[in-house]
Design a protein around this ligand. Structure first.
Ligand code: DNO
Length: 355
């Protein structure tokens, strides 16, 4: 395992020089944020981003994300051209030696919350989700006020998109995912890029839209669609952990044994009701996810890929991008690193080697 940190490019209020000072963090997770969805990523802009990161003494280790165009998820005829463009982007990554791609297949919305600043008893604020509150959100004016979307849509565009998805149930979405993977994974494999699908967050349907990558069996089904090491998953402990039925350490162990975990997001959540949760600080004791058991499962199955601390709270008066402040994610990075050192040295001791 090696530690990475997400950085949102030139508009990120956190400078790379700060990221460089977090002990143990060598890799950066980033993306080209000004390329419209569906347009192929050229090698030059990606090389510029890579150069900027290298100039700061770090390495661009993961692209998160190249968004998948809705026409691909909908299975519309235009998807072949869009899939070709996706393949070109993956090839640009490969040419520059950027080996891991985190992406998702969530219709219309990426991660979704109903409160971006829920106050916790210690005075920090965290991202929170309440399915009842979601039901009260008015989508008739577009995505304008929504917390946690990837792409912004105006009222008409969003209405048309939601109407189009009425023809796409979970089974159809699986077909469209398979169609996409069958075409992209062989290209990724040749390019030396490992794909890592991110589980749906939250892991259940929202606004009547299907969400299919929600639990361990679904992740295993995804990796079974195309049998290649380039077709793997992002083990996102917080996304999966929002569903109490998900035994995250067991999921890590099964996918890890298949060698299909290509990226890991360490995040913790506290489930407070039916489809209701808030994010917490990273340590196991703060939420419902046993991060120690997850990291042990990763270690025991030989995980060598990148990991990043995901979504932090806002602490110490920091303001900034919800979930992506510096302080709590840096604490999370230290915690994950400490756990990793612990499981690694413990295993070495048991093997009779010098710790
Ligand atoms: C949330 C992130 C996700 C993730 C995408 C990957 O903070 O983990 O938005 O980047 O789902 O495509």
């Amino acid at each position: 395992m090696f530690l990475t940190f997400r950085w949102f490019g030139a508009t990120d209020p956190i400078p790379l020089s700060h990221v460089r000072q977090i002990p143990g963090v060598a890799g950066v997770v980033s993306a080209l944020y000004d390329v419209p969805v569906g347009v192929a990523w050229g090698r030059e802009p990606l090389a510029r981003l890579q150069g900027q990161i290298e100039a700061a003494g770090l390495r661009l280790a993961v692209v998160e994300s190249i968004p998948v165009h809705e026409e691909i998820k909908l299975g519309w005829p235009g998807r072949d051209r869009l899939i070709d463009n996706y393949c070109k982007s993956v090839c640009s990554m490969g040419e520059l030696g950027i080996g891991v791609l985190c992406w998702n297949f969530m219709p219309v919305f990426d991660w979704m919350r109903t409160d971006l600043a829920l106050r916790l008893p210690d005075g920090s604020t965290a991202l929170a989700y309440d399915h009842e509150a979601l039901g009260a959100i008015d989508l008739s004016r577009g995505t304008g006020d929504l917390p946690g979307w990837a792409t912004a849509y105006g009222a008409d565009e969003l209405r048309a998109l939601l109407a189009a998805y009425r023809a796409v149930d979970a089974a159809r979405l699986w077909d469209n995912l398979a169609y996409f993977l069958e075409r992209v994974v062989p290209v990724a494999e040749r390019a030396g890029v490992r794909m890592a699908i991110h589980p749906d967050d939250p892991p259940w349907p929202i606004f009547g839209l299907p969400r299919i990558v929600t639990d361990g069996p679904a992740l295993e089904r995804v990796v079974g669609l195309v049998d290649s090491p380039a077709n793997g998953v992002t083990l996102c402990t917080g996304s999966l952990g929002a569903l109490p039925e998900n035994d995250v350490p067991a999921i890590a162990r099964r996918l890890g044994a298949l060698h299909r975990i290509n990226f890991a997001h360490g995040r913790n959540v506290r489930v407070t009701g039916e489809r209701r949760f808030h994010e917490t600080a990273h340590p196991s004791a703060c939420g419902n996810v046993d991060l120690f058991a997850v990291l042990r499962a990763l270690h025991e199955t030989g995980y060598t890929g990148p990991m990043r601390s995901d979504h932090g709270r806002m602490i110490w008066g920091e303001t900034g991008r919800p979930g992506y402040g510096l302080h709590d994610r840096a604490l999370g990075a230290m915690y994950l690193q400490g756990l990793w050192e612990g499981v690694t040295r413990e295993a070495a001791t048991h093997a009779g080697a010098h710790p």
